[in-house]
Design a protein around this ligand. Structure first.
Ligand code: ACO
Length: 432
């Protein structure tokens, strides 16, 4: 038997509304509020969607109090230890881990879609040399609708599959093209003999005049970061992709909207901002002064890489990345990296500070990820692009889940209007 409904009673009229309880497989129940407006003539008010489930989803589960993150039921710690980004991509998109033949076919398809149309390359090269790569990537992704319009029927499962493979395959190529453009170096074409992350490193760091050897340590570190960034249920950029996609717009436009939303420093832009912050702090003696600044609401400063809307105990991804950062820096002989030491000290001091303790603010996924990218010689302006490459998998999975749902409707929130009531137009000559 289902759980009993909650009931909402209008204290003035006595009108009653049933609020049916909807239970997921795990996690808190949700109250179905669809009948409130019909019965009571009121809306619900939840700015920033702090307590509202905007959809049903089978992809990712987070328990923010327990620090649990599951992709299709699998703990992220297990996937980080034993899986690969391509396997995780298959899992998120298709719902199950692939068999060996399925994984090979998926990898091959992604590999074979990694080249981009030459005109798209020329478009990339039209940007100013110092354009931020996130602005280039969001524009180039949006422009893909003009290049790959042969397979954009969102109601065709085959078209949706082609789109999915194309966007996952081409994002690293687009990112590398933006990077090479900023450097003024020739574009390096993708190599089909390399795995996803090795190919990315090759496109980023190879030059045509000499042979480039991919460092397997670097490729593995990148693969781990991509696994950890691949999905995170209804975060701001994924919600943006769903909202844009719910209008029936083409999927490239929806993903481009997601890239733009990710760029903000409160979201994916935090990894770049953490390194800027560490440099601004400079040395351990300056930490107390910086913490005083971020506690001052008037300063509009935040401790970047700290805090999360959902995690109120610890971010399991941050735990894994912190350890990975230790291992990688040791392997690369950079264990004395002064910014890493400063980050460790900052974390230690903040975690003992009453302000952060009482607000349950802990390091999030991006507190340490930028230090890994730096160790791999990826420029700071590319950090959020790296995040976008990984999160594209999650965006695609959510877009597919939404489009495949026969009950999909355009997303359209309501508002609490606080502007002027109706008034009459006054001609300009009569206005004060
Ligand atoms: N530094 C200082 N104070 C903070 C921080 C921070 N990093 N994060 C939250 N707070 C404060 C808030 O100002 C608020 O204070 P108050 O109660 O005195 O008004 C209190 O802590 C509670 O904040 P929340 O409601 O938990 O924060 P919210 O859910 O609105 O925002 C966010 C979450 C955006 C991640 C925020 O913590 C933040 O800006 N962090 C820094 C940026 C960052 O690292 N973003 C990456 C997030 S992970 C990701 O998107 C990949």
């Amino acid at each position: 038997m289902g759980k009993p409904d909650y009931e909402l009673i209008n204290p003035a009229s006595g009108t009653r509304s049933a609020l049916p309880v909807r239970s997921g497989t795990i996690g808190p129940d949700c109250l179905d509020i669809a009948g409130i407006t019909r019965d009571q003539g009121v809306f619900t008010f939840d700015p920033a969607f702090s307590v509202t489930a905007s959809c049903e989803s089978k992809i990712t589960y987070i328990d923010g109090d327990a620090g649990v993150l599951l992709y299709r039921g699998y703990p992220v710690e297990q996937l980080a230890a034993s899986s690969s980004f391509m396997e995780v991509a298959f899992l998120l998109i298709n719902g199950e881990l692939p068999g060996a033949a399925e994984l090979t076919a998926f990898r091959t398809s992604i590999t074979r879609h990694s080249m981009i149309n030459e005109s798209l390359l020329r478009f990339t090269n039209g940007f100013h040399h110092n354009a931020h790569p996130m602005s280039m990537v969001s524009a180039v992704v949006a422009s893909m609708a003009a290049f790959y319009y042969d397979s954009m029927d969102i109601y065709s499962p085959r078209h949706r599959e082609i789109f999915s493979h194309r966007i996952i395959a081409k994002l690293p190529t687009i990112a590398a093209a933006a990077h090479k453009h900023a450097l003024g170096q020739p574009f390096i074409y993708p190599r089909n003999d390399l795995d996803y992350c090795s190919n990315m490193l090759s496109m980023f760091f190879a030059v045509p005049c000499e042979e480039y050897q991919v460092d397997p340590v670097a490729a593995k570190a990148l693969d781990l970061l991509f696994i950890l960034h691949a999905d995170h249920e209804q975060n701001a950029s994924t919600t943006t992709v769903r909202l844009a996609g719910s209008t029936g717009t083409n999927p490239y436009a929806a993903i481009s909207a997601g890239v733009s939303a990710l760029w903000g420093p409160a979201h994916g832009g935090a990894n770049e901002a953490v390194l800027n912050m560490l440099e601004e702090i400079g040395k351990a003696e300056n930490i107390p002064k910086y913490l005083a600044l971020v506690k001052d609401k008037g300063s509009h400063s935040k401790l970047m890489g700290f805090g999360h809307r959902v995690y109120k105990n610890f971010d399991p991804r941050a735990k894994i990345i912190r350890e990975a950062c230790h291992r990688l820096l040791a392997k690369l002989g950079q264990q004395d990296d002064p910014l890493f030491e400063l980050a460790l000290r900052l974390e230690e001091i903040a975690l003992k500070d009453e302000y952060f303790v009482s607000r349950k603010l802990y390091p999030n996924v991006d507190f340490y990820s930028g230090l890994i990218y730096s160790a791999l010689k990826i420029p700071r302006s590319m950090f959020t692009v790296m995040f976008a490459i990984a999160r594209t998998v999650g965006w695609v999975a959510h877009w597919l889940e939404m489009i495949g749902d026969p009950a999909m409707r355009i997303a359209r929130p309501r508002q609490l209007y606080t502007g002027p009531t109706q008034r009459d137009y006054v001609a300009v000559a009569q206005r004060r």
